[in-house]
Each structure stands twice: as structure tokens, then as C-alpha cells.
Design a protein around this ligand. Structure first.
Ligand code: GLV
Length: 321
């Protein structure tokens, strides 16, 4: 008999078909968002789950699921998964690194450019029927080319963002838990290591690409925003909670920084409604990895992990070996 799995959220049909060769698949193509108790009920008796970053995998859930052997998440960030709890319950966990690096770096640039050059604000103005003349000072923003880019979190995605800055003739400074090798710094457009405080004081554009954890909670709060230049922009591509959204709203409202571009929010998909009252913020719904090819690659990579993990092999992206 094939092992039973739950695909927690809607997914590409061809990936469901692939999974059905190996497993008895319960799917959720209507994309119902399960409460924790509904998720537990659906997972009862299942050997595996293909989940996303929105599913909380913790002790409370796992202790109800003695048959569960593996959770494969379709995301690179895994702050939703309590790895210690998984290990304690004999559950393998995996994520989907690498396949989204370049697509996510592209989107970091999309947000940076849109934020600095006020693309969405100008479009809303045009759509609102306000365009009746050209003016020298309409929608002035800071330049991107020739400026200093500050990257906080210099993992694979941060380095891919840095590489792209070469074409914009930018200086790159970065802050990371550990310093890169000289060779990695060279490939990342000669990125220079800086303390967080130094980076915030010097960068014209700051991009956040670090993983969320208790240690990175509110990496950018009121004190950090005060260190930034009044002309600077801030992009959060990483996770809600890395930025203190209330502090950011105050800084944007008082023009203590020029603008922000946000793909992630505290408590998303709910987010602080005051963001909607501000013109100097670009808001997108957690889509940094959303290219057709990359989302397919992520889904297939999660499937690869589940297939390997439930057939007694090592999942390629095993997080708790
Ligand atoms: C998306 O946020 C991911 O972690 O892949």
C-alpha cells in the first residue's frame, strides 16, 4: 500500500500527478486555509505533508500525529517549522533552497527600483486621472545607479542581489552573522562587510534578506530607522517580523526615511492598515519567488524531498538530519 500524504495547499496539477505515483494523495485544490485543529484532523494517519510557509508545524500539532514521518515545505524560509519538535517526534523536515535565489533577487531589484523611483505611486496618480501636465518636480526620487546598496543578510539571495548591482555601478556594503570569504565578497560586486549600525548610516538603499528567527525579530525598529539617511529607502524581501511595522509606519509618515518597499508583513496576509494611507510605500503580497518557472521548481523540489524522505532515503534538503 502506498503511504498517505496531505498536500496542504493548492499546487500545480502535474506535481499532484507526480506525487500520486508514489502516494495516496489527499489534496486541497480549493486552497482552503485550515485552522490548526483542521490541519491536525486532515493529517491524522498521514505519513507525509507537503506544506507551505503558512502552516505552523509545532509540538502541539506533532503530538497528535504519531504516524507522521515527514513534512516537506515549499519555501526556503522555515521559521514556521519547529525543527527541534520535528526531531523529537521523529519527523523529517525539508525546505526548497537554491531554486528561488535568482528569481527572488530579481524581485528585490523590482521593489528597490519601484520604491526609489516611485513607480506605483506615480501609476496610482495617473490612474486617478490627475495627469494634465509635465512638471520638473513630479515624483522626484533618489537615484539607484551610483548609490550605496546596504544588504542585511548576505546568504545566497543577498549575494545574487549584490551581483546585479554591478550594472548599476553601485557600492555594496553588507551585514551578516558571519563575514563572507574574500572570494565571495569579490563575486558579490566587491561587497564590504559593515556593522549593522555603520551600514544603516551609510546606505542609500537598504535591502533585508535575512531569515526570521527570535534573534532577527525587529532587526529594524525605531532605533535602527533613526540611523538611516532621510533620503534612504528600505526593502523587506525576507519575512514579516524582521521589521517593526509600527515603527516603520511612523518613520514613513514623518519622512524620516524616503520610502519603503515591502513584500512581507507582520501577521500577513493581514497587515497594518496604516500602510494603505501612505504614498511612500510599495506593497506587494509575498510574491518575490513568483515566477512561473521558479514556483514550479519549488513545488517539484518539495515533491522530490517528500518522495526521497518517505522511501527511506535522505531528502536532498533535509533540515534536521
Ligand atoms: C518564501 O517566502 C520562502 O521562504 O520561500
Amino acid at each position: 500500500m502506498k503511504p498517505a500524504i496531505l498536500v496542504v495547499r493548492a499546487i500545480f496539477p502535474e506535481v499532484l500527478e507526480r506525487l500520486s505515483v508514489h502516494f495516496e494523495v489527499e489534496s486541497n485544490q480549493d486552497d482552503v486555509i485550515f485552522s490548526p485543529s483542521e490541519l491536525a484532523a486532515r493529517l491524522k494517519g498521514k505519513a507525509g505533508a507537503l506544506a507551505t510557509a503558512s502552516a505552523r508545524i509545532n509540538t502541539e500539532l506533532l503530538q497528535q500525529l504519531p504516524d507522521l514521518k515527514m513534512v516537506a515545505s515549499m519555501a526556503v524560509g522555515y521559521d514556521n517549522i519547529d525543527l527541534a519538535a520535528c526531531t523529537a517526534h521523529g519527523v523529517k523536515a525539508s525546505n526548497t533552497p537554491e531554486v528561488l535565489n535568482e528569481t527572488t533577487a530579481d524581485f528585490g531589484w523590482a521593489l528597490l527600483m519601484a520604491t526609489a523611483r516611485r513607480v506605483t505611486e506615480a501609476e496610482h496618480w495617473l490612474r486617478g486621472g490627475q495627469w494634465n501636465k509635465w512638471r520638473y518636480d513630479y515624483f522626484l526620487g533618489p537615484d539607484v545607479h551610483g548609490s550605496t546598496l546596504g544588504i542585511i543578510g548576505m546568504g545566497r539571495i543577498g549575494q545574487a542581489i549584490a551581483r546585479r548591482s554591478l550594472g548599476f555601478n553601485m557600492k555594496v556594503i553588507y551585514h551578516n552573522r558571519s563575514r563572507l570569504s574574500t572570494e565571495q565578497e569579490l563575486h558579490a560586486n566587491h561587497a564590504q562587510y559593515a556593522s549593522k549600525e555603520e551600514l544603516l548610516g551609510k546606505a542609500d538603499h537598504v535591502i533585508l534578506v535575512l531569515p526570521y528567527s527570535a534573534a532577527s525579530h525587529h532587526t529594524i525598529g525605531e532605533a535602527e530607522l533613526k540611523l538611516m539617511k532621510p533620503t534612504a529607502t528600505l526593502v523587506n524581501l525576507a519575512r514579516g517580523g524582521i521589521v517593526d511595522d509600527v515603527a516603520l509606519i511612523a518613520a514613513l509618515r514623518e519622512k524620516r526615511i524616503a520610502a519603503a518597499g515591502l513584500d512581507v508583513f507582520e501577521n500577513e496576509p493581514k497587515f497594518h492598515s496604516d500602510f494603505l494611507t501612505l504614498k511612500n510605500v510599495v506593497l506587494t503580497p509575498h510574491i518575490a519567488s513568483a515566477s512561473e518557472a521558479t514556483r514550479r521548481a519549488m513545488a517539484n523540489r518539495a515533491a522530490d524531498n517528500l518522495i526521497a524522505g518517505l522511501s527511506g532515503q535522505n531528502p536532498p534538503d533535509w533540515l534536521n538530519p
